[in-house]
Design a binder for this molecule. Structure first.
Ligand code: NAP
Length: 248
């Protein structure tokens, strides 16, 4: 269908999981794709080749989204290489789970910096280019946990709730320049992140999913495609749950 033909997209944290699914979906729809990772060099090289096989331009950047200067350099490099940047998906994220009683300051800071500060870093850096273009779609990866909370994930829930407040504010600040900003809030999606969870905990979650199955990276990528494309040209400041109908 080529819903993204002529567009350039950046996906952070795309060497694995949801980010990888989104990068592949975007390339399959005709977008040139830049993506980032922090440690998975081999997986990033493989992804770059896979993306190019769609006949689009693709490049992986080793760049820590939690670091302000790295995000700024990243955006400058991507714009220099690709000429423009229409779509940004802030997907990079980590968990450092634990009850508050046992949560270290480091676990708090790591999650807030990687999940929330990263979104500020990248959006702050890309806004100049998008303002110049008078066009942009920013998609930030939240979580249903950011709406509902979750025992043992207070750091993660706070980071994802912060993303919602930030995104709604940016939608208001930049809307007059045709820049949209939305949040995807996945529920339980099968990736390496959720593979680390206790199977008993997963069983409990599955009970609460009306569609009766975990989500796939494809399920999330399809919603990202909608938000990235002009099909969603009048959608901004929204949180779209991709959670199989879980109550939030
Ligand atoms: P994942 O499989 O653990 O993959 C995480 C990706 O983020 C990897 O590509 C990783 O790169 C990258 N990354 C981590 N820290 C980074 C940093 N500082 N800078 C740049 N990239 C970084 O995770 P996932 O399950 O796909 O989750 C992706 C996003 O969806 C996260 O924001 C997560 O919170 C959110 N989410 C996931 C679920 C779920 O059920 N899976 C549910 C709700 C929300 P390396 O490979 O180089 O480490």
């Amino acid at each position: 269908m080529e819903l993204l033909k002529g567009k350039t997209a950046l996906v952070t944290g795309a060497s694995r999981g949801i980010g990888r699914g989104i990068a592949l979906k975007f390339a399959g729809e005709g977008a040139d794709v830049a993506f980032t990772y922090v440690s998975s060099d081999d997986k990033a090289r493989e992804l770059e080749e896979e993306l190019k096989s769609f006949g689009v331009k693709a490049k992986g950047y080793k760049s820590d989204a939690a670091k302000y200067n790295e995000a700024e350099n990243l955006i400058n490099d991507v714009v220099a290489e690709f000429g423009k940047l229409d779509v940004v998906v802030n997907n990079a994220g980590i968990t450092r789970d634990g009850l508050l009683m046992r949560m270290s300051e480091e676990n708090w800071d790591d999650v807030i910096n990687t999940n929330l500060k990263s979104v500020f870093n990248v959006v702050k850096a890309v806004q100049r280019q998008m303002l110049k273009q008078r066009y942009g779609s920013i998609i930030n990866m939240g979580s249903v946990v950011g709406k509902e909370g979750n025992a043992g994930q207070s750091n993660y829930a706070a980071s994802k709730a912060g993303i919602i407040g930030f995104s709604k504010s940016i939608a208001q600040e930049l809307g007059s320049r045709n820049i949209r900003c939305n949040v995807i809030a996945p529920g339980f999606i099968e990736t390496e992140m959720t593979a680390a969870l206790d199977p008993e905990f997963i069983k409990g979650w599955l009970k609460d999913i009306p569609l009766g199955r975990p989500g796939s990276t494809e399920d999330v990528a399809n919603v990202a495609l909608f938000l990235a494309s002009d099909l969603s040209s009048y959608v901004s400041g929204q949180v779209l749950n991709v959670c199989g109908g879980m109550q939030t």
